[in-house]
Design a protein around this ligand. Sequence first.
Ligand SMILES: NC(=O)c1ccc[n+]([C@@H]2O[C@H](COP(=O)([O-])OP(=O)(O)OC[C@H]3O[C@@H](n4cnc5c(N)ncnc54)[C@H](O)[C@@H]3O)[C@@H](O)[C@H]2O)c1
Ligand SMILES: O=c1ccn([C@@H]2O[C@H](COP(=O)(O)OP(=O)(O)O[C@H]3O[C@H](CO)[C@@H](O)[C@H](O)[C@H]3O)[C@@H](O)[C@H]2O)c(=O)[nH]1
Length: 458
Amino acid sequence: MKLAVVGAGYVGLTTSACLAELGHSVTCVDSDASRIAILQGGGVPIYEEGLHELMQKNRAAGRLTFSADLRPAAGHADAIFLAVGTPSRPDGDIDLSHIETAARQLARDIRHDAVLIIKSTVVAGTARNLGRLVARERGGDAVSVASNPEFLREGTAIADFMTADRIVAGADDDLGADRLRRIYAPLRARDIPYLEMSTADAEMVKYAANAFLALKLGFINNVADLCESTGGDIRNVVSGIGLDRRIGPSFLSPGPGYGGSCFPKDTRAFAALGKRAGARQWLVERLIEDNEARKRKLAQRIIDDMGKGGRPRRVAVLGLAFKSGTDDVRESAALTIIPLLQASGAIVHAHDPRASRAAAEFLPGVRFSDDCYHACGDVDAAVVLTEWDEYRHLDLRRLASVMRGRLLFDFRNILDPAEVSRHGFRYRPIGHSTGPFGKTAEGQGVADIYGRAAAYPV
Ligand SMILES: NC(=O)c1ccc[n+]([C@@H]2O[C@H](COP(=O)([O-])OP(=O)(O)OC[C@H]3O[C@@H](n4cnc5c(N)ncnc54)[C@H](O)[C@@H]3O)[C@@H](O)[C@H]2O)c1
Ligand SMILES: O=c1ccn([C@@H]2O[C@H](COP(=O)(O)OP(=O)(O)O[C@H]3O[C@H](CO)[C@@H](O)[C@H](O)[C@H]3O)[C@@H](O)[C@H]2O)c(=O)[nH]1
C-alpha cells in the first residue's frame, strides 16, 4: 500500500520505518526542511536504538523516502498518518494547531478514497472534528478520518511498534476500519491483539493508558517517601507488590518524577479535558502537582545534604535525558533540578551519554563534559538522575578518587548500596533509609518506633 507519514519526529520516523518494514511504500514528510535534508542524506536527526539500520534497509529496498513537500506525497497515498506534535498550551490543555495546520495543508490533495489516520495523541472527539475541518476545506467533500494511537516508548520504539501489546484501530466508517485492517495485516497475522472501536474511544484509550501508568509511578514514588520516613526499603516493597499479578512488576521503579514528551503533557491534557467535560480527574490533577513538587523536593534534598561551606558547592549531575536510551530531554527531571541547584549558589557539572547537546540549550552556566569521571572531578556531590547502564557500572574506586566530597545521590536506585558504602560514599538512594535510623515526618528516629536500625550506614 502507498502510505504517507506527516511528521519526522520520534513517532513519525519509527512509524515510517516500521510500516516500510511491513512491506508498504512509505513517504515521510516534514515541514522542517533541515530535518528532511539530514534524512535524505542518510542520517537520522534523533537517537533511537536500531532506527538508523531499519531506515537504511528500507531505503535501500526502495520502500522508504523523505520529502519536505506535503502535497504530492499526500496526493499519492492510500492512507496518510498524522504524526505531528500535540504540545500543551499554557493552560495545560492540548494544542491541536500542528494537527489542524497539517490537515488544512493537505486537505485538498487527499484522494477521495484515501484515509487520514491520526497517530498523534489527541483528546476524544479530535478525529470527528478534524473530519469536519477537512470536509470544509474540500468544499463539502468529506474523507474518512481514523484514529490509531501509538504506544511506543522512546528507547524501545521499534520493538514496541513491531511487537506491540495491542493495536488500537479507531474508525467511524467501513473505509477507515478496512484500510487500517489492511495496513496492519502483517502484524495481525503475528497474533498481536487488534482492537476495533470508534475514533473517540481509541483516542480515550491512549490518554487513559498514559494517565494510569503515570498514576502507578506517582503512587510508588509516594510509597518510596514513606519507606524513607519509616526506615523501610522500597525495593523489597516493589518486589512484594509487583508479584501480585493484578499489580504487575512494571512501572514500579521509583525515581525523580516522570518526565518526557508524553506523560507530563498527556496528564495535563487529560485533566483539562476532565474539567471541560465536567468529569474532573482529581487523581490525575493531584498527580500532576505531586510530580512537579517531587522534582523540587529532591533538588532541596541535595542542597540541604551538601550543606553550606565557605566556598560554592560543586555538584555533578549524571543523566540529563528523561530516561535512558534516548537523547530526549523534554520535561526531564534535570531541567528542573539543575536550575534550582544553581539558584542555591552551587556550580553544576553535567554528563549524559546522549543528551548533553539537547540539554545545553536549556541549561546555561552548566559545565558539560563528555566523560562522567571528568564531570565528577573535584565535586562535593554526584547525583544520578538517569538510569544509563554507564552509571549502573560506575567504577566507584575511580569516582571516589576524582571527587572532593563523598555524597552520592542515586535517584534511580541503580547502584549497589553495599558497594557504594564500601568505597566510603555517603549513599542517598530513593525510598530506603540510609542513616542509622530513618527519619519520621516529625524528625523522630524510627528506631524509636520500631526499635531497629536501617541497613545502610552513614
Ligand atoms: N515521543 C513519543 O514517545 C510518543 C509516543 C507515542 C505518541 N506520541 C505522540 O505522537 C505525536 C508526535 O510526537 P513526537 O515525539 O514524534 O513529536 P516530535 O516533536 O518529535 O515530531 C513532530 C514533527 O512534526 C513536524 N511537523 C509539525 N507540523 C508539521 C506540518 N504541518 N507538516 C509537516 N510536519 C510537521 C515537526 O517539524 C516535527 O519534526 C505527539 O502527539 C505525541 O504525543 C509520542
Ligand atoms: O518504572 C518506571 C518507569 C518509568 N519511569 C519514568 O516515567 C517516564 C516515562 O517513561 P516511559 O513510559 O518509559 O517513556 P515514554 O517514552 O515517555 O513512553 C510513555 O509515553 C509514550 C507517549 O505517549 C507512550 O507511547 C508509552 O506507552 C509510555 O510508556 C520517564 O521519566 C521514566 O524515567 C519511572 O520513573 N519509573
